[in-house]
Design a protein around this ligand. Structure first.
Ligand code: NAP
Length: 351
């Protein structure tokens, strides 16, 4: 995809997905205004500076926090495109879901888009939304053959699936602000569970945690019968660029390569890396997950009842028409696990 150099703001530039977005933008010669909470924190931003040195594009980092309404005006100056990726993606480690997830996601989106309304040069906004904004529980399929961009998550709340709720509430807020003006248009990228190599080891993205749990043996006794739509992080980044630079792009784009169960993920990893790694081999029966799941991780019995054993499927034809050529999940997992071994995050084992 070639286009004239633009100035693109990327919120949450230190993140897992944003790393690849920034890399592709810099490689294509664009100027990136990246926002991070702490531009001086080398562990979060060193990889971005290294990319900039190796690319024709230019990187400028700005300090901004989702809850600081004024912090987005300076980085937005002179930008044609805004990519809003920043949003907390954590599933545990908090007591107040509203403060940890919903408020930063929704208020943050409002703060960023209000700054967009004050920036005369801005023409296109690409929002990193999620399939979480399309559905909340597996039971939401209710006889559908697949979720499409026409579906909205109506089953989540701050008390049930708060991360999913934070995403749908933030996307709805974005459409509301978009509809009240006419200078910039909005494209949303709605990825499934993202895997694939990370350019940073500092991200707390739940994507990275799951693969580490598999490789370190935390799940070796078995996994619940949960199915996700999975997509490669590099395809998600590519979709952001296509969404930004394709004039006719509009509306929502579901980004899912294939639906895969947790056991299916373990099988694909075992095929590539061998059974000497402690990848799970068994499904844990639903009644056992129901009994013990809430004691072992951030899941509730309501989540278990409505998700385990309910496969989900997605219609990805719209994103393919935009130009996405999906990597297979097998390739994604191979490259991702190779990277965590390479980085020493999981101990390399020999047969
Ligand atoms: P990530 O690595 O944790 O990135 C999240 C980013 O949000 C980080 O850069 C973080 O900045 C920033 N952030 C969080 N709270 C903030 C705050 N209060 N102020 C400013 N920045 C804040 O996770 P990711 O997986 O790349 O997620 C990026 C986006 O993709 C999120 O919107 C997420 O909901 C969405 N998404 C992810 C997946 C997935 O499977 N990974 C799937 C669908 C959608 P700091 O570095 O300062 O913490």
């Amino acid at each position: 995809m070639s286009q004239s150099p633009r100035t693109v703001m990327v919120t949450g530039a230190s993140g897992y997905i944003a790393g690849w977005i920034v890399k592709y933008l810099l490689e294509a010669g664009h100027t990136v205004h990246g926002t991070v909470r702490d531009p001086d924190k080398a562990s979060s931003v060193a990889h971005l500076h290294r990319m900039a040195e190796a690319s024709p594009g230019t990187l400028k980092l700005f300090k901004a926090d989702l809850l600081d309404a004024d912090s987005f005006d300076a980085p937005m100056q002179g930008c044609d495109v805004l990519m809003h990726t920043a949003s907390p993606f954590v599933l545990d480690g908090f007591t107040d879901a509203n403060e940890a997830l919903v408020r930063p996601a929704v208020e943050g989106t409002r703060n960023v888009l209000n700054a967009a309304n004050r920036c005369e040069t801005l023409k296109r906004v690409v929002l990193t939304s999620s399939v979480a904004s399309v559905y909340g529980d597996g039971t939401d399929m209710k006889g559908k053959s697949a979720f499409t961009e026409a579906d909205w998550n109506t089953s989540s709340s701050v008390n049930h699936n708060p991360y999913q709720y934070s995403k749908v509430a933030a996307e709805r807020e974005a459409w509301k602000i978009h509809d009240a003006q006419s200078r910039w248009d909005l494209v949303t990228i709605n990825p499934g569970m993202v895997y694939g190599p990370s350019l940073t080891n500092a991200s707390s993205s739940a994507s990275i945690g799951t693969l580490l749990d598999m490789g370190r043996g935390k799940l070796k006794t078995g996994v619940p019968d949960l199915v996700y739509g999975v997509v490669d992080v590099r395809d998600v980044a590519e979709a952001h660029l296509l969404g930004a630079f394709t004039a006719e792009a509009s509306g929502r784009y579901l980004l899912v390569s294939e639906s895969v169960s947790m056991l299916g993920i373990a099988r694909l990893l075992r095929q590539q890396f061998g059974s000497h790694y402690p990848f799970p081999k068994m499904k844990v029966p639903k009644p056992l997950v129901w009994l013990f799941g809430p004691m072992m991780g951030p899941v509730t019995r309501k989540f278990i009842s409505r998700n385990i054993g309910y496969p989900v499927r997605f219609d990805n034809s719209r994103s393919k028409a935009l130009g996405i050529q999906y990597r297979s999940v097998s390739e994604t997992l191979k490259d991702h696990f190779e990277q965590v071994l390479e980085d020493g995050l999981v101990r390399r084992r020999t047969a």
